[in-house]
Design a protein around this ligand. Structure first.
Ligand code: SF4
Length: 368
């Protein structure tokens, strides 16, 4: 059987954050209920095509999955367990601090890992980002999450402000979690924050300041026993995200819900980002999914190399040779030699040296 993961996209939020361009709509009870029924149908309809897969991870992402509530999350987990062969190593739900009341209920439903959208521990920055919660609320959710699950990830945004005190963020966050995802704020066209920045009404950190903030994160995490296993992800040993790791290793995953992407047997496809079309039946398992295309073999090799080099483990040479029926070093030996100052190379692995992970894009471009 083939190991795989399932991603559930929950496209509802209480309100749009000022920097966000992910697909989500304002929560509305009737639409949410219709979405849940259609999601259960999509899960069921896809099962017969995936009898060869063992589902190791389930991830509720969004949007704001915690708006579903524990009993609905339980129904979805039960449906996956009923229709698929499962051996869950990890069942994660993303929660927003303002809608994370029933953590015990999520645990009873089968969730074993929490991911909390903390983003900052400075209320001024949270307001600037348009987040609804206060820092204290987020820290309490982390604490409660550790009590209930013992395995909690915190999201932290860097680059939102020149004055952001990343050390102080980490002093408050790290003792209350086992995993940190730290993403750089990206100004997406059309968002209120992007407009405010272009009109010079607010400013965000400069590139150099962002690099300094990232370096602080790397140093403080290391001191606190959080090691970096991917460019933006740090964890205590043994608390790496199994689900996300599977993306970087290009394992199969099925995505359900509007806007969810799937990667199965080299083919990528996705559902339209439109919840109304979704409840009308536009999704995988029916005729509505948009089939992207088969990756060409060369594209798949590039993707494999690019994703693997984001991780600390780097490229698994034996896996590359097996997957693509060619010798990695015969194909890339000369360019590896050229880049040797940036890489750690052994007969079975090639990875980017930690101090160069931030310039990984230029290194990867040379390789592929
Ligand atoms: S909660 Fe998350 S998905 Fe929803 S608007 Fe804010 S950033 Fe976007």
């Amino acid at each position: 059987m083939k190991d795989a993961g399932i991603y559930i996209h929950v496209p509802f939020c209480e309100r749009k954050c000022r920097y966000c361009d992910f697909y989500s709509v304002k929560k509305e009870e009737t639409l949410l209920n219709a979405y849940v029924e259609e999601l259960l149908k999509e899960i069921r309809l896809n099962a017969s095509d995936n009898l060869d897969k063992k589902i190791l991870t389930l991830y509720f992402g969004g949007g704001t999955p915690s708006l579903l509530g524990a009993s609905t999350v339980g129904r979805i987990i039960d449906a996956v367990t009923k229709y698929y062969c499962t051996d869950f190593k990890e069942v994660t739900i993303e929660v927003n601090p303002n809608s994370a009341e029933d953590l015990d209920g999520y645990k009873k439903a089968g969730v074993n890992r929490l991911s909390v959208g903390v983003q900052s521990t400075d209320d001024r920055i949270l307001k600037k980002l348009g987040r609804l919660h206060k820092a204290e609320t987020a820290l309490k959710v982390l604490e409660k999450g550790m009590e209930v699950f013992g395995n909690v990830s915190a999201d932290l945004i860097i680059g939102a402000d020149s004055e952001q005190d990343v050390s102080s963020d980490l002093d408050r966050i790290l003792p209350r979690c086992t995993h940190l995802s730290s993403y750089m704020l990206s100004l997406e066209e059309g968002t209120p924050l992007s407009k405010a920045v272009s009109q010079k009404k607010v400013s965000i950190a400069t590139e150099i300041e962002v690099l300094e903030q990232y370096k602080t994160i790397y140093d403080v995490c290391l001191k606190n026993g959080f090691y970096r296993y991917e460019v933006s992800n740090f964890s205590k040993l043994g608390c790496e995200s199994v689900h996300n790791f599977a993306y970087w290793k290009m394992k199969d995953y099925l995505g359900f819900g509007p806007g969810a992407h799937s990667y199965v047997n080299g083919e990528r496809y996705y559902n339209p980002s439109d919840v109304k079309a979704y409840v009308g039946g536009a999704h995988s398992g029916l005729s509505g999914q948009i089939s992207e295309r088969y990756f060409s073999l060369e594209e798949e090799k590039s993707e494999f190399i690019m994703l693997a080099l984001r991780t600390r483990d780097g490229i698994d040479v034996a896996e590359y040779n097996r997957r693509f029926s060619e010798d990695f070093f015969e194909r890339f030996g000369s360019v590896i030699k050229k880049l040797s100052g940036f890489l750690t190379v052994s007969s079975d692995r090639v990875s980017i040296r930690p101090e160069f992970l931030l310039v990984q894009n230029s290194i990867i471009l040379e390789l592929i």
